[in-house]
Design a protein around this ligand. Structure first.
Ligand code: ADP
Ligand code: MG
Length: 207
């Protein structure tokens, strides 16, 4: 189970991880696009921390909704609205919950993916954050259905996301700025898939 206080810790850990990886994420984005992904993500998550710090005792849905709204309003580029929508949809799916289990995590991730796809119209295999998030979702769902607890399920999800990030090196970008360079994007790791992996790893480390 994850409660509201733990959710705040997880979101702060996500912000710390993104800040720590800021230069690397920007370097990855620089290879295939405009080199702002790390800066964008750090700006957004650094704005999230003070907002959620004032929300002690609030339900998990509200925490995620505030996170999403903050990302949408502070982050430029495509990742801000995409991640922002993901967190807002996850928040709506977990409305009024003070505690969540593995099943709730599956529901939240499904809503998040729906939000990303509603905004960005991408599917798996287009070299985006979905290439980390969708395999993680599949692995987590299967694990929860098999009776795993939330930590075991998320461990499997993170492993799948890591494989997904590796997979992005082998494919061509057909969505987002990296699609402008077409075949030359092959061989490079997708920055958004990489940041998604970091967010999931940061969550796992808190469990
Ligand atoms: P921008 O591309 O506007 O500079 P960022 O550099 O912050 O924004 O984010 C780039 C990342 O966003 C990509 O690496 C990719 O993972 C993700 N992305 C781009 N377009 C889409 C999309 N349509 N659907 C899902 N993810 C996308
Ligand atoms: Mg960029």
């Amino acid at each position: 189970m994850i409660n509201s206080a733990k959710t705040i810790e997880i979101l702060k850990a996500m912000a710390d991880r993104i800040e720590a990886e800021k230069d690397y994420l920007t370097e990855l984005d620089n290879e295939i696009a405009d080199g702002d992904h790390g800066v964008n993500m750090a700006k957004g998550f650094n704005a999230v921390v003070p907002k959620i710090s004032t929300m002690v005792g609030k339900d998990i849905g509200s925490l995620l909704k505030t996170t999403g709204m903050t990302l949408v309003s502070t982050v430029g580029g495509s990742a801000g609205p995409l991640y922002g929508t993901a967190f807002m949809k996850a928040g709506a799916a977990l409305r009024d919950k003070m505690e969540i289990d593995g099943k709730d995590l599956v529901v939240a991730l499904e809503a998040a993916i729906g939000g990303i796809q509603m905004r960005g119209k991408a599917t798996v295999g287009e070299k985006t954050m979905l290439d980390a998030i969708c395999p993680a979702y599949d692995a987590i769902k299967a694990a929860v259905e098999a009776g795993d607890d939330i930590k075991t399920a998320l461990t499997k999800g993170v492993d799948a996301a890591r494989d997904g990030v590796e997979y992005t090196k082998t494919i061509k970008a057909t969505k987002g700025r990296a699609s402008y360079i077409g075949d030359r994007s092959i061989g490079h790791q997708d920055p958004g898939a990489t940041s998604s992996l970091y967010l999931m790893e940061a969550m796992l480390e808190q469990l």
